[in-house]
Design a binder for this molecule. Structure first.
Ligand SMILES: [Zn+2]
Length: 117
């Protein structure tokens, strides 16, 4: 067995396609449009799925955030683009370190990965 047999090459993954639009409705739900398909993500669900190092343990992926600590009236104060791959959401509970990649948003939207990806 040569050395190369032991090296796992990282699978090239196409960058997830960005949503066409992200809006927030009167009920604090995120309306995300993917290629003409609208998906609705409640703010609470997004906050609960925050992928930052404070909410998810790095390395193990274990969830640290206790959903019971999220206020029922949680809503986004600010949604800011991060490069061309994600948005950073500042929440009404003071938490703002979560960066939601398009991949994460897609997963939460339930639309899955783009075909062929
Ligand atoms: Zn977080």
């Amino acid at each position: 067995m040569g050395l190369l047999d032991h090296i796992q090459f990282q699978k090239q993954k196409a960058a997830a396609e960005p949503p066409q639009s992200i809006e927030i409705d009167a009920e604090n739900r995120f309306l995300v449009t993917w290629s003409g398909v609208l998906s609705v993500i409640p703010a609470l669900r997004l906050r609960d799925a925050c992928p930052c190092a404070t909410c998810i343990e790095e390395g193990t992926g274990r969830k640290i955030l206790d959903p019971a600590t999220i206020p029922a009236d949680i809503h986004a104060l600010e949604v800011r683009p991060v490069g061309s791959y994600a948005v950073q959401i500042a929440w009404s509970d003071g938490h703002s370190s979560g960066i939601y990649s398009w991949e994460t948003l897609r997963r939460l939207s339930g639309v899955g990965d783009p075909p062929g990806g």
